[in-house]
Design a protein around this ligand. Structure first.
Ligand code: SAM
Length: 211
């Protein structure tokens, strides 16, 4: 039995192609758009670090809104090709960089950024505490995070997904997690941040600012 997800297999080229196609057709998902709407007029000249960036559209949209640059980090190599295509399409070749790495393992090699964003990533990770500690350690001004609400719908989805994952080669070792909201909030505020945006849809969208 495998102990850990193979992210290249779960977040593969097919998924990257699908994500890019959706973005081209419909733009950002509502959760990501709310981050851009909140930060949009505050981020002139700031640097962005996006963790678990996938194709990277959130970080790129923040640059389009005035951020100076974005560093897009993802553990899966499969996204890189499509991310480069999108960067070129949006004319952001000089402002957006990609790095394929496990953020939790290697965040110590990165410099601090004004804004750290992470959209629908901790739901893929058992070790959310390490992930948040690493992310807040790199954030100078804002830390924005999107994660599943503590809803019956998500709990049922999680049970079905986690049960069926064991039978599907692609998802073997992968789990969907709903982490306790209280713990997430405490971890972030303990690092000197205060919540400035709290939006609840299907996803929880939280933005914190350094005090
Ligand atoms: C559900 S996808 C979300 C992608 C993108 N944020 C979006 O909203 O389209 C989660 C992403 O997190 C990445 N990821 C998971 N663990 C990671 C880690 N430890 N370091 C960097 N990326 C990670 C996965 O490879 C995947 O691309």
């Amino acid at each position: 039995m495998e102990c850990c997800a193979n992210y290249d297999r779960v977040f593969d080229q097919k998924q990257a192609k699908k994500d890019l196609k959706r973005y081209r057709k419909r733009g950002l998902r509502k959760s990501s758009q709310q981050i851009v709407d909140y930060l949009g007029d505050k981020i002139g000249g700031m640097t962005v670090l996006e963790i678990g960036s996938g194709v990277g559209y959130l970080g790129m949209e923040l640059v389009k809104k005035g951020a100076k640059s974005a560093l897009e980090i993802d553990i899966s190599y499969a996204y890189l090709e499509r991310a480069k295509v999108l960067r070129h399409e949006l004319n952001l070749d000089d402002a957006v960089e990609f790095r394929t790495m496990d953020f939790i393992q290697h965040y110590g090699n990165l410099s601090d950024h004004d804004i750290v964003v992470s959209d629908k990533v901790i739901c893929c990770l058992p070790n959310f505490k390490e992930f948040i500690e690493a992310g807040t350690a790199r954030a100078k001004h804002y830390y924005a995070i999107v994660y599943p609400r503590d809803l019956r719908l998500w709990k049922m989805f999680g049970v079905v997904l986690n049960w069926s994952a064991q039978f599907l080669k692609k998802y073997k070792g992968f789990n969907f997690f709903i982490h306790p909201h209280k713990d997430i909030h405490e971890l972030i505020t303990q690092k000197g941040f205060e919540k400035v945006l709290d939006r609840k849809g299907v996803w929880q969208i939280s933005i914190y600012e350094k005090k």
